[in-house]
Ligand binder design. Structure first.
Ligand code: AMP
Ligand code: FE
Ligand code: FE
Ligand code: ZN
Length: 281
């Protein structure tokens, strides 16, 4: 049995509905799935229901934008209570800032002479947690860019003219929030950051695991983080980071986390008395 614990739906910047993500997971023979939309858990209930109907194990998840030492990191939360009041309040704050950020990105594009309308971005996004991929899609659909890549290269990549940083919670605060909600905190795609400088601090803050397996990790990168996880006694997770068609092709199925790692994660959740495991949310 294999798991994919990093998946996006159209509740953030994926293009598949939660039910379509589960159907694709099933087609690839995956036995356990976690939805990890950016800064939201809104898709989790539907994802859980679809998993139950498909006979696939489900884990609540989210991918939080966090900050340490002036750098942005992504923190995956797993197995928390998706109805936890403070978690929901904090996520609502993230989403409010993401919506304001769309307005700011559009204003910058307008100042650059691109007549994009914020309403077009919100229409494309059609969710509470809009992000740069939605702005990119609106730019392509409006005929302002030919491809999503061009939109990122010209305008949206970090330090490009329409780039606006996201709301980021201090990494240690986010780890504590996930723990308070009964979940575990895992550093997403560690191989995609500039260095491992934040790792020690994150471990000191209570980080539970490392996403060693990821669609953009080379075999050498994976080996490096497996060794790092072992050295720090961290859980090992993995996922494809599938965004449906947003990254050109669906990545689901390209990363298959072995059952032993998934079972260890589940066992840790049971030890910490996290809610959940089998429940719908
Ligand atoms: P945001 O959270 O709004 O800053 O957007 C981050 C999302 O944009 C992530 O899902 C990234 O995978 C995606 N992204 C970042 N850089 C690029 C790029 N150069 N081309 C396409 N997608 C990107
Ligand atoms: Fe994304
Ligand atoms: Fe990420
Ligand atoms: Zn992701």
């Amino acid at each position: 049995m294999f798991a994919d614990l990093h998946l996006h739906s159209n509740f953030s910047d994926g293009t598949y509905r939660p039910e379509e993500v589960v159907a694709a997971g099933r087609q690839h023979g995956l036995g356990a799935l976690a939805l990890t939309d950016h800064d939201t858990v809104e898709g989790c209930a539907r994802f859980a229901a679809a998993c139950a109907a498909a006979g696939v194990e489900y884990l609540a998840g989210a991918e939080l934008s966090v900050e340490y030492g002036g750098q942005e990191y992504h923190l995956l939360g797993y197995g928390f209570d998706a109805g936890h009041p403070r978690l929901l309040t904090e996520l609502a704050q993230f989403q409010a800032v993401r919506q304001e950020r769309v307005l700011e990105m559009v204003a910058r594009l307008n100042r650059l002479g691109i007549p994009l309308d914020a309403a077009a971005v919100f229409r494309v996004a059609n969710c509470q947690s809009p992000g740069r991929p939605h702005v990119a899609r609106a730019l392509v659909e409006g005929g302002h860019c030919r491809t999503l890549d061009e939109a990122f290269e010209r305008f949206l990549k970090i330090h490009r003219p329409a780039w606006v940083p996201t709301n980021k919670m201090a990494a240690a605060t986010a780890v504590a929030l996930l723990h308070e909600a009964g979940g575990l905190a895992v550093l997403a795609h560690p191989g995609l950051y500039r260095s491992d400088d934040a790792l020690e601090a994150l471990v000191a803050a209570g980080l539970d695991g490392l996403e060693c397996f990821h669609s953009r990790h080379s075999p050498a990168t994976t080996r490096h983080y497996l060794a790092t996880a072992a050295a720090h006694g961290l859980l090992v997770t993995g996922g494809s980071d599938c965004h449906g068609m947003n990254k050109g092709k669906p990545l689901i199925g390209s990363v298959q986390l072995a059952d032993e790692h998934y079972r260890r994660l589940r066992a840790r959740l049971n030890e910490t008395g996290a809610p959940a495991s089998a429940g719908p949310i």
